[in-house]
Design a protein around this ligand. Structure first.
Ligand SMILES: Nc1ncnc2c1ncn2[C@@H]1O[C@H](COP(=O)(O)OP(=O)(O)OP(=O)(O)O)[C@@H](O)[C@H]1O
Ligand SMILES: O=P(O)(O)OC[C@H]1O[C@](O)(CO)[C@@H](O)[C@@H]1O
Ligand SMILES: [Mg+2]
Length: 555
């Protein structure tokens, strides 16, 4: 019997190997959820063999028990959920803090009216605000049975349990005078398409509230303390066109100062609104900064915007940059396909009638995509391209050798189709690589190259067989991260940036913003970084990917 936590039933939980290597997850994050026993899930509808290879749905990381014999368990669970997703607020510490009318109102606003400190300059009611009691439903499928694909049930009967999160957006009352706000923006971790779009929108929205003091902290958290790094004054004018290029106007970094040093620096600068754009590590830092500010009784709002090209933040439909990365990844897959794949000729060529020709003889196109712990980019790019025969992700175990291994299937593909395309995520099958304790400046594990390993194994295998296989290996990793956001990510970034500012003005701190069932919601940061969001091998999406590639189980 395996265990599952209802608190985390919404997302596939990491195998222990992933948890160990992603040390940033879990740090300082308490888990107040329940747990209960849950029947073993299967990969692709049947029990998977050696689940210790890389982990599967069996490997969950459960918190406390829930007593299902208690007739009130559902009410208790819903109450517990509401508590867990309660948003930390300035008034938790500053009990006497009084709100004031919002200076954010698009109706009747004119560039000539400069002073909004008194609030919306009309008695007329404007209905553009979000009520603090508005909620977004986190889970929208009602599963009738645990056997349903991707089922996320809390009890064996799959009882319908409501899980509501807080709706993002501008509030009618705010907790900062715009003229007293000293806002700072920082971008940490690796690059991601859309960082500039979010920076731009945060600045523009702050400007609409009437904030004049906005700075960028260059090069991630390091910019707070490294001598020689000067903060960058930001204004509408400075950020106007930055979204037209990729990267981050502010630069990024990993590692850096301690939380205390960061908060010391914030105190010196007088920062009272901090916007942090980054992944799980950056968000762990943001919670720690929020807690330290509380400890020092500083009236500061710390708001995150999840930036992860890997799409590995919990509870969100997707994170910005992911769509763009998938689109760009398709280009790499298409190049691999052109190198090796069958080209359908519209025009008869000399010696070839309307038929197929191959760019390489018995060619294997191999593309390695990002995905430290999660295979979302590889899965979505494979689905989108329709040109992939084998998709390999960290969440699904596979063998390279043996009767069910990848190499045997490749042989079949080369014999029958003449070519094959493999798409592999960087974190797939790490157990096959030589162990290394190398870490980057933030403490993230640095992996060997699974793409190179597979390439070598393919070459060896076919050489031993006495046949040929022409492997073309493409690693587009950094090309995917450096480009500007596509239209869909551009919109996502814009809305996230706006909502981050609304959240800060509303007095929330230690929160982050994300897309949830096509609506925008605020989450307490610890809830979204408990562990990396992973592809569920039992989900419809993975099954769709398998249907598209036609690949067998490689175990
Ligand atoms: N547990 C933590 N507490 C405080 N700060 C942290 C923590 N984990 C990471 N950080 C800091 O957050 C910053 C970014 O972390 P990291 O390099 O892991 O990138 P990330 O935010 O996870 O983004 P990416 O998705 O690109 O990996 C670093 O400066 C790091 O020092
Ligand atoms: O080489 P860098 O800049 O440390 O970034 C690499 C990592 O960043 C990520 O793209 C996440 O942002 C991972 O998939 C990858 O392992
Ligand atoms: Mg990270």
């Amino acid at each position: 019997m395996a265990t599952i936590s209802p608190a985390i039933a919404s997302n596939f939980t990491p195998p222990p190997s992933t948890a160990a290597k992603s040390s940033n997850f879990f740090s300082g994050v308490g888990n107040r959820g329940f747990r209960l026993n849950f029947p073993t899930k299967t990969t692709r509808g049947r029990k998977s063999g050696n689940l210790s290879v890389l982990g599967c749905a069996e490997s969950r990381n459960p918190p406390e028990e829930i007593d299902l014999s208690d007739p009130n368990w559902k009410i208790k669970y819903e109450r517990d959920f509401e508590q867990r997703f309660n948003l930390p607020h300035l008034t938790d510490v500053f009990k006497d803090l009084k709100p004031r009318p919002s200076t954010f109102c698009l109706k009747m606003r004119s560039p000539v009216s400069e002073d909004f400190a008194g609030g919306y300059p009309s008695d007329e009611k404007w209905n553009g605000y979000i009520n603090n009691n508005d909620r977004v439903l986190l889970k929208v499928i009602r599963y009738s049975s645990q056997d349903s694909a991707g089922a996320e049930c809390i009890d064996p009967d799959c009882t319908w349990v409501e899980q509501w999160v807080h709706r993002a957006g501008p509030r009618e009352e705010i907790y900062f005078r715009p003229e007293e706000v000293n806002a700072a923006i920082v971008t940490c971790g690796g690059l991601c398409p859309g960082l500039n779009d979010v920076i731009r929108q945060i600045v523009i929205t702050l400007d609409i509230y009437g904030v004049k003091n906005i700075v960028g902290i260059p090069f991630g958290y390091r910019g707070f303390t490294d001598k020689g790094i000067k903060e960058m004054p930001l204004s509408r004018k400075v950020v106007q066109n930055i979204h037209l290029s990729g990267g981050s106007l502010l630069g990024v970094s990993r590692g850096g100062p301690t939380v205390r040093e960061i908060v010391d620096s914030m105190e010196e600068r007088g920062t009272n609104m901090l916007f942090v754009l980054g992944g799980n590590g950056t968000h762990a830092g943001a919670v720690a900064i929020h807690n330290e500010c509380r400890k020092r009784r500083m009236k500061v709002s710390v708001v995150g915007v999840p930036k992860t090209i890997d799409n590995d933040i919990l509870l969100m439909d997707k994170t910005f940059g992911f769509d763009t990365a998938v689109e760009e990844a398709q280009r790499a897959i298409n190049s691999a396909y052109i190198e090796v794949g069958p080209l359908i000729m519209n025009q008869p060529l000399a010696g070839l009638s309307l038929s197929q020709a191959h760019s390489a003889y018995r060619g294997v196109g191999l593309v390695k995509l990002m995905g430290r712990s999660s295979g979302f980019i590889a899965m979505h790019a494979s689905l989108a391209s329709g040109q992939v025969d084998i998709c390999l992700i960290p969440e699904v175990p596979f063998h390279i050798h043996g009767p069910h291994g990848i190499l045997r299937h490749l042989e079949y593909l080369l014999d029958t189709k003449g070519s094959a395309v493999i798409c592999v995520a960087e974190g797939a099958a790490l157990n096959l690589l030589e162990k290394s304790n190398a870490t980057d400046a933030s403490g993230n594990a640095v992996f060997g190259d699974i793409g190179v390993h597979i390439q070598q194994e393919i070459k060896k295998y076919f050489k031993e067989l006495g046949t040929s296989a022409d492997v073309k290996y493409i690693d587009p990793t950094y090309m995917l991260r450096a480009i500007r956001a596509n239209a869909s990510d551009g919109i996502l970034c814009t809305i996230l940036g706006q909502n981050a500012v609304h959240g800060a003005f509303a007095g929330f701190s230690g929160i982050t913003v994300g897309l949830c069932n096509t609506h925008y919601a605020y989450f307490p940061i610890p809830e979204v970084i408990k562990y990396p969001r992973l592809v569920d091998p039992n989900s419809r999406m993975w099954h769709r990917c398998l249907t598209s590639t036609g690949q067998p189980d490689f175990i």
